[in-house]
Design a binder for this molecule. Structure first.
Ligand SMILES: *Cc1c(COP(=O)(O)O)cnc(C)c1O
Length: 409
């Protein structure tokens, strides 16, 4: 037996079925027209934001990192909740502008921005978080050709990282950002060239659950921003994107971030900010923390078979929609996500089963040796924590399978 990850709060059982937004799993599937299906819950998104606002200092703006979930209705719903959007490609730029998001609220990070992407962003008035000297200079050249002052911030590659974070994106040699000691010279150069100077972006990591590590890193980010602002010598920073890093529990033994601790520590720091940051717009950018637990992936059991005494529930879903749950998206050791039988939700587990996808590869596993209520052909499987890095981060075309349905309820 292998443990399953913790099912996020806010999911109830109605008539023995998982219910989301007041509808049962079977009702949702019927409404969507079939499985596999991602269901995202507005109520969950709203509750998460309310919790976060209540815990964080009022002054802290909250941005949504679109790469976690670019489903159009989700972007539109988030527009009513967050203060800004962070994008990382020209494709995401088109998604947010098509969704009617004000480009003034959007910042664009990510290495390898092509000239056409820089041009579209500058023309729209999006802030560029420049990842290299080369990129900043190309942006300045495109700006002068267009007759527009590009909004430029500099992404810093800090000398520290977020302890315990699932994906490290700062500290040491990195393709992201500009090494801290080179930032002041470049900042002075872009300011002198007439750019609309937007300050700094310092992202240190992702998927951290340890509140003390998060708070310590946020303190280090503020210290580094202060030091760099003094070296730049152009007065207070207009803006500081402090990065994100808040994670969600995916696996057995994971506990949610102690949000109150993070909020209290940040408030303490905000009460004594140096002059360089006194008037600065301060924000964090979050992806999975905002949307991850709001999504459930539903697939149907199409076969039930036994091999060498082990039961296999073969579903019509799989890693082509839920790469992360299969253990093939940045994990070293495969562990089970929270998984349940949606059509027998809240029913006591009485057998050990392996839940697999329909792809002809041994990588396609959704739950290993999991204790579940007995499921048969036609039952629905729910994979939780599917609201971030699911549909858009999985190889939907692998084996000619195609995309899953998605709905926001
Ligand atoms: C991926 C990414 C995020 C979002 O990360 P989450 O772990 O989903 O919160 C935020 N900022 C940057 C720069 C990123 O690359």
């Amino acid at each position: 037996m292998k443990p399953l990850g913790p099912i996020p709060t806010g999911y109830e059982s109605r008539d023995g079925e998982l219910a989301i937004g007041g509808k049962t799993a079977r009702e949702l599937v019927a409404e969507a027209g079939g499985t596999p299906l991602f269901v995202y819950s507005k109520a969950h998104l709203d509750a998460r934001m309310a919790e976060l606002r209540a815990a964080m200092p009022e002054r802290l703006a909250i941005h949504f990192a679109v790469k976690a979930n670019p489903f159009r209705p989700v972007i539109e719903h988030m527009a009513g909740l967050v203060d800004g959007f962070d994008i990382a490609s020209g494709g995401e730029l088109a998604m947010v502008t098509d969704a009617g998001i004000d480009p003034a609220l959007v910042s664009f990070a990510g290495p390898g921005k092509r000239d056409a992407e820089l041009e579209a962003a500058i023309a729209a008035g999006v802030t560029l978080n420049c990842e290299s000297e080369n990129e900043a200079r190309r942006a300045l050249a495109i700006g002068s050709r267009l007759g527009a002052a590009p909004r430029i911030a500099i992404r810093v590659n800090p000398d520290f990282e977020l302890r315990g974070s699932g994906m490290k994106m700062g500290g040491g040699a990195k393709p992201f950002g500009i090494d801290a000691e080179r930032v002041p010279a470049l900042a002075r150069e872009v300011i002198a060239a007439g750019a609309d100077w937007r300050g700094l972006h310092i992202f240190t990591g992702s998927q951290a659950l340890d509140a003390e590590a998060i708070a310590e890193t946020q303190g280090n980010v503020l210290d580094l921003a202060d030091r760099l602002a003094r070296e730049i010598g152009h007065g207070p920073l207009p803006k500081l994107n402090m990065g994100g890093g808040l994670g969600i529990p995916y696996f057995a033994g994971d506990a949610p971030v102690d949000l109150d601790y993070v909020g209290e520590e940040l408030s303490r720091r905000f009460a004594t900010l140096p002059e360089t940051l006194e008037t600065t717009q301060l924000c964090i950018e979050l992806g999975r923390y905002l949307v991850g637990e709001a999504g459930v992936y539903l697939c149907e059991v199409v076969d039930r078979k036994v091999s060498h005494g082990e039961t296999y529930l073969v579903t019509d879903g799989g890693l082509h929609h839920q790469l992360a749950a299969s253990g093939n998206f940045g994990t070293v050791v495969r562990r089970n996500y929270p998984v349940a039988i949606a059509t027998r939700f809240g029913v006591e587990a009485d057998e050990e089963a392996n839940v697999v996808g329909c792809l002809c590869t041994p990588l396609d596993r959704l739950a290993d040796k999991a204790m579940l209520p007995r499921a048969d052909v036609g039952d629905l499987v729910a994979v939780f924590c599917a609201g971030a890095y699911g549909a858009s981060a999985s190889p939907a075309n692998f084996l000619g399978q195609g995309s899953a349905r998605e709905m926001l309820v």
